[in-house]
Design a protein around this ligand. Sequence first.
Ligand SMILES: Cc1cc2nc3c(=O)[nH]c(=O)nc-3n(C[C@H](O)[C@H](O)[C@H](O)COP(=O)(O)O)c2cc1C
Length: 421
Amino acid sequence: MSDPTNPHIETRTTPQWGLYQRENFWKPNEGQTPPFNTDPRKLEARAKERLSEGGWFYASSNAGMSNTHLANRQAFYRHRIIPNQLIDTNNRDTTTTIFDHKVSAPIGFAPIGINKIYHPSGESAAAKVAGELKLPYCLSTAGSTPIETVGKANGPGSPRFYQLYMPHDDELTLSLLTRAWDSGFDALILTTDTWQLGWRHDDVASSNYAFYRGFGADLGLSDPVFRKRCEEDGINPDADVVRASSKWIDSVWHGRAWSWEKIPWLMEQWRRISGGRPFVIKGIQSVKDAKKCVELGVDGIVVSNHAGRQVDGAVASLDALEKIAEAVGDEIYVMFDSGVRGASDIVKALALGAKFVFVGRLWIWGLSIMGEDGVRHVMKSLLADLDILMGVAGFNGVEDFDKSILESGPKSYSLLSEKTL
Ligand SMILES: Cc1cc2nc3c(=O)[nH]c(=O)nc-3n(C[C@H](O)[C@H](O)[C@H](O)COP(=O)(O)O)c2cc1C
């Protein structure tokens, strides 16, 4: 199985990620694939066992009835990959380039808030693994570890991006951008679908909002401008953490929508601070909005519906991707997320026009189950899954993924009617 003396291992330009399968097959086995099963359904179930009720609800909640999440999964189910036979894939290459960074694969860590509710090692663990595997890492403004600490954990030269929830306080925004740039985060991703959290029943019904309990506001508590704001309001951020973290999250998820008029200002500020590094908008789902981004000179978009957590009953992100890539794929760097659960989903998104794909819940489940080792296991498994898929289905590189490798499957969705997957 996966001969480790295969001479092509020496000539390949990327690691033989698929050997991770061999490594697992050779480990002592006590009835389970060690260290844990990465079938997303089992992964999720195991994470649920490990997490507190609040942690589980926050990670698993979707908007409303979860119909957008279901639509995301159904869209993947509808597209089918057509494998090729007897293609020489021995020197296949999984790499791609994103914003001038050569990375191991077209796979990135989506920005996810408050990682410390999943594991005490939090953002640092995920950032460390991302750096090790040479996959881009995105830090969320709602993260539970200061920007500077995460930058260090990710390591020198590792590609990392900063995801902004934009406060209605320009001085605070500039402080966050400057800290991010100084800590090596070299693309800015503005999320535009979350001025406020969507209506997620479990979280609302269980008053599940860590920030209002004094937890998870570390980006704010470590920010000089935010600390000044606390003092102006008579809050000592070190002594009265509950009030300070409530104030922080209310300035980030403020419920006060920004509009297109603000984008040139933000772009200009980020380019000034970073010397012209990329500016990205995350949350785009319509051709009209994608065109607006092109018109304004935005460098990239993430076609995302936030894993179905914001608008229930919305279009599947993969369906949105297909139309958007067709309309503006040659004019702007198109990235994708929402609903990816394995390498075949990544291949489908790339075939439909994405240049790069982010994953969220997969690595969060890994973090919840086993901290840093859990994230590493999930992401190495995903790389192995991609490498093996390319090897057995006749693909040599990301350039092989286009619409010709896909066919539409059955219209019936009956196999995918559960809440999850
Ligand atoms: C628990 C959780 C927290 C998230 N936090 C953020 C966040 O802080 N900022 C953000 O832009 N997106 C956030 N997202 C959305 C992800 O960045 C990404 O769009 C989504 O998770 C991708 O879908 P997937 O989880 O199915 O891979 C979050 C998603 C989840 C599941």
